[in-house]
Design a protein around this ligand. Structure first.
Ligand code: ADP
Length: 425
């Protein structure tokens, strides 16, 4: 390093460590020379590799910012203690190993540092590597740049909490609005049903019962019941808030947006969310906010079910695949005749849904929760059906008997376009 470089290194406001990875590179090369072709798998099967190669890794230098970040007054004390302060971090090391194997020229990752003065600092780090299948000696001075992201993380967490509260508040106020309007509107036909039923009973209990009058009362009861059903239907469409604003959406993006809204609650309830969507999947056609709401509702139900059952291992897996493909899992009867659709599946590791309830959970006001309104899934079903899709629940697969599996399909963009403009003969 010439003087100008040395100056830059010392005064850089970014923390920089200079490290010798040449011995590690030799060890990685030796594994590859032994015939290992899938290095990630090798690491999975040989977790001790991270610790075995640690002896070949040395920190050579640290600039002033790095010393400040790590809480050391001077370089010497840091270099003496660096091994304790920066223990092998498999998640970070794997990034460097992978870059070495692939010949990448940069690698980066996140980790936390435990500073000498007891702080825990999350950092983003990045390093440049020699290009191509390099001589191990080229790895003898790698520069690692680190940025403290404590503030960024704090802002991210606050944002996530705000988003989760918003979506939760959205659900609560929706339920509140619905409950208030329903009580008011439905009470009128219910009062009328009760009075016609009382009249019918009176006509029947006369010495000479008038069956004509009873029939009139029964007709009025039927009309009032239909009125009540219409009100409930109106309420449900009101709950969906406005007209459909449809647009092509990549399945992965819709899922990612929805996950952002539930991940704070998932984190609070110690639930892991895995998403697996093949990148080549075609776009579906739909209202982004409403489809997001469907995924959020189903995921919330999963979180609540696993929390209520105190499930020890709480996982939600969200996948999307072409309907009918093996990856899309079971489809309901009749689905084969539908236009081309993508199936979204949300599975959890909770108690599952008893077979006799599989169909009932979509009925309005069906709930097994103490404070449940039983409207979530019925609204989801209406939303999905308005999009030309289906929503269904399945029992767990025989090799994974636990947990609920909810799936819904949405027409792919081209199928939706054909539906909107039928071909002229
Ligand atoms: P609510 O959440 O108010 O009960 P929903 O319509 O969203 O209303 O759900 C109806 C019912 O479906 C729930 O009360 C529960 O019995 C069942 N259910 C939904 N999702 C799950 C799940 N992931 N695991 C177990 N049961 C579920």
């Amino acid at each position: 390093m010439d003087l100008r470089h040395a100056d830059l290194f010392e005064i850089s406001p970014i923390s920089i460590l200079c490290e010798d990875w040449s011995g590690v590179k030799r060890a990685v090369d030796a594994v590859i020379a032994d015939g290992v072709t899938d290095f990630d798998r090798f690491l999975d099967e040989n977790p001790q590799f991270f610790f075995d190669v640690r002896q070949f890794h040395h920190i050579l230098d640290a600039n002033r910012s790095a010393l400040d970040l790590l809480g050391f007054p001077d370089k010497e004390s840091f270099l003496r203690e660096s091994r304790i302060r920066l223990p092998a971090n498999p998640a970070s090391n794997v990034q460097v190993f992978r870059a070495m194997v692939r010949g990448d020229t940069v690698c980066q990752g996140e980790r936390v540092l435990h500073t000498k003065d007891g702080r825990v600092v999350p950092i983003l780090w990045r390093a440049s590597l020699p290009p191509g299948p390099a001589d191990p000696q080229a790895y003898s001075r790698l520069y690692f740049f680190a940025v403290d992201v404590t503030e960024l993380k704090r802002v991210q967490e606050a944002l996530m909490a705000a988003q989760a509260n918003l979506s939760h508040a959205g659900r609560l106020s929706l339920v509140g609005e619905l409950a208030a309007s329903l009580t008011h509107e439905v009470s009128q036909p219910l009062v009328s049903i009760a009075s016609h039923a009382a009249a019918a009973t009176r006509w029947l209990s006369r010495e000479a019962p008038s069956l004509d009058e009873v029939a009139t009362s029964l007709n009025r009861i039927t009309a009032s019941t239909r009125h009540a059903v219409r009100i409930v239907g109106k309420m449900r469409s009101f709950a969906r808030r406005g007209d459909l604003v449809t647009e092509p959406m990549k399945p992965h993006d819709c899922i990612a947006d929805a996950v952002t809204l539930v991940e704070h609650e998932a984190y609070r309830q110690k639930t892991r969310i895995d998403v697996d969507v093949p990148p080549q999947l075609p776009a579906v056609f739909g209202d982004r906010t409403q489809i997001q709401q469907v995924i959020v509702n189903i995921a919330y139900n999963a979180i609540q079910a696993m929390q209520a059952a105190r499930s020890p291992d709480r996982r939600i897996s969200i996948t999307a695949a072409m309907t009918g493909s093996a990856l899309a899992g079971a489809t309901p009867v009749g689905a084969a005749d539908e236009p081309e659709t993508v199936t979204f599946t949300i599975a959890d590791t909770g108690p599952g849904i008893p077979e006799e309830l599989l169909a009932r959970i979509f009925e309005p006001f069906f709930s097994t929760k103490q404070n449940g309104m039983g409207l979530g899934l019925s609204i989801c079903k209406t939303i999905v059906e308005e999009h030309g899709g289906r929503l269904w629940a399945a029992k767990g697969l025989s090799d994974a008997p636990r947990g609920a599996i909810l799936s819904f399909s949405l027409p792919v963009e081209r199928a939706a376009a054909e539906r909107a403009q039928p071909a002229t003969p």
